[in-house]
Design a protein around this ligand. Structure first.
Ligand code: C5P
Length: 220
């Protein structure tokens, strides 16, 4: 079974996907973490992330391994666990430019499909192009949305940011990434035609999880 969740930053994709995977006994794949891990390696190795040719050339070098255990997925680059550093502001600021480079996507999509093939019972995969490009034949496709301001408040709470200026900066970053991810030529953030759209603006994570588990049951 393959279940995919796509949508912009801060819609609750990770929390919801992980919980659904855990409740259904499926593996879990956070594909945003893979783009972040690639970005982290490029920054660490002095590659200019705004030079698509340099990024394309270097993108075959890092060994990225994404764990698929819903209980505590880890991500390593060249054997080092980078789960913490990939959430930092430097990576967050650079990841959209890196993920727009076609060579990066080709490489990571191959890894993502490999993870799904290796998953014993199936997988819940979350990202931006899961339903449109990576798993077009998924059993269930969900597209999560929420207003940008609500997504910024949620992200601020996650990061422990409490001041209005900090929240405003997070909102600006979310809007910048949304525009970049939706506007890029290769695999833009988009709802697949056969995806079910769920607006999470006024829903708690538990409500979103229950709703999606209902959709899974309908299809069983
Ligand atoms: O989901 P997360 O916010 O961690 O994703 C980080 C970035 O990785 C996104 O802003 C997007 O640029 C990129 N991404 C992507 N395709 C995916 C998952 C993430 O381009 N499938």
């Amino acid at each position: 079974m393959i279940i995919v969740l796509d949508g912009p930053a801060g819609t609750g994709k990770s929390t919801v996907s992980r919980e659904i995977a855990s409740r259904l006994g499926l593996s879990f794949l956070d594909t945003g973490a893979m783009y972040r891990a690639m970005t982290y390696w490029l920054l660490q190795n002095g590659v200019d992330v705004n030079d698509p040719d340099a990024v394309a050339l270097a993108s075959s070098k890092p060994v990225i391994l994404s764990g698929t255990d819903a209980g505590g997925p880890t991500i390593t680059v060249d054997g080092v666990d980078v789960s913490g550093p990939i959430r930092g502001t430097e990576v967050t600021g650079a990841v959209s430019a890196v993920s727009a480079v076609p060579e990066v996507r080709t490489r990571l999509v191959e890894l993502q499909r490999g993870s799904a093939e290796a998953a014993p019972r199936g997988i819940v995969a979350e990202g931006r192009d899961m339903g449109t490009v990576v798993f077009p034949a998924a059993d269930l496709k969900v597209f999560l949305t929420a207003s940008a301001s609500i997504r910024a408040v949620r992200r601020a709470a996650q990061l422990g940011v409490t001041d209005p200026a900090g929240t405003a900066a997070i909102l600006a970053d979310i809007e910048r990434r949304d525009a970049f991810d939706s506007g890029r030529a290769t695999s833009p953030l988009a709802k697949a035609e056969d995806a079910v759209e769920v607006d999470t603006s006024t829903m708690t994570p538990d409500e979103v999880i229950a709703h999606i588990l209902g959709l899974v049951r309908e299809r069983a």
